[in-house]
Ligand binder design. Structure first.
Ligand code: NAD
Length: 264
């Protein structure tokens, strides 16, 4: 089995990375940064997002596992003190793989080529200085003209991240769905939006169409870009899925409880 390790690059994460590399090599695993079967992410959820994007071209062949060197993460749920136990389970191949849905986003431009991205958490569309104005279409039909700070389109496993901070629902990642959540929409006698998060199933799609050739900011997880010249942005549940190596049960709702409700 081939492995790679992604570190947040702080001292503790780097130290654990070196330890993990030497343990795994001792057990006969091969370090392969290009084509790993398993990727250990050491740091936080942000580190796992980096690892995901680094290997997003081989998601069907790579499984991820996260160790948190800060507080408990959603994707990074192993403690540093459990490294040896984790390494042993990897070496003995004592793990299951669980798959979570991803979001596909296609940016269609007026004068240049389209691009496609995969998001593990979410895509946000924001206008930093002026009101964002976008037509929202669901399955090709006009739904609303959105005016406000922006929109967050999230995966089920990303629903506990930015989406939650915006008041969106938490969605169990066994559901093949994506969620559209508003950021400070303008609602008055003249302008109207639905004013609630929408959860769409896998066979539905959403298109955002900028009104007035507006420049806006788009994020795909931790990656940020400025967009102009956009005709439409299409969202749907991706065919690809992310694979996590699971070594013990840690049910999603327990994870939600431990991250957001528990006092310690
Ligand atoms: P980061 O790694 O510092 O992450 C920010 C926080 O989000 C951390 O506390 C992290 O544990 C948490 N997080 C990330 N994914 C999560 C998930 N799926 N469920 C629960 N918590 C999660 O910052 P980064 O490297 O820039 O990461 C980018 C992510 O930060 C984005 O994908 C977005 O979800 C999140 N974010 C959140 C807010 C907000 O909550 N207001 C604003 C911007 C970005």
């Amino acid at each position: 089995m081939k492995f790679a390790v992604q570190s947040r690059r702080d001292d503790q994460s780097n130290e654990l990375m070196e330890l993990a590399k030497s343990y795994l090599t001792e057990f006969g695993l091969v370090l392969d940064e290009e084509a790993p079967d398993i990727v250990l992410s050491i740091g936080g959820d942000g580190t796992l997002l980096h690892a995901f994007h680094r290997y997003s071209n081989r998601l069907d062949k790579t499984a991820f596992v996260g160790i948190h060197t800060g507080h408990l993460g959603f994707y990074a749920d192993w403690k540093p003190s459990e490294l040896e136990k984790l390494v042993l389970s990897i070496a003995k191949k004592e793990f299951n793989v669980v798959e979570y849905p991803l979001l596909e986003v296609q940016v269609h431009r007026k004068h240049s080529e389209s691009s496609t991205f995969l998001a593990l958490n979410e895509v946000t569309i924001k206008s930093p200085d002026v009101t964002l104005v976008m037509d929202v279409e669901l399955n090709g039909e006009h739904f609303e003209r959105f005016r406000g700070d922006g929109l967050c389109i999230s995966t089920p496993s990303g629903s506990t991240a930015y989406n939650k901070a915006l008041g969106g629902a938490i969605i169990h990642p066994t559901l093949q769905a994506f969620q559209i959540t508003e950021m400070a929409s303008i609602n008055n006698r003249v302008f109207r939006t639905v004013g609630a998060s929408l959860v769409l199933p896998a066979h539905h799609n959403c298109a955002l169409k900028p009104v007035n050739d507006q420049q806006f900011n788009m994020t795909v997880d931790h990656i940020s870009m400025t967009e102009t010249d956009v005709k439409s942005i299409m969202f749907n549940v991706a065919n690809e899925r992310v694979r996590f190596a699971r070594f013990r049960p840690f049910p999603f709702w327990e994870r939600v409880h431990d991250s957001f409700v528990a006092n310690e």
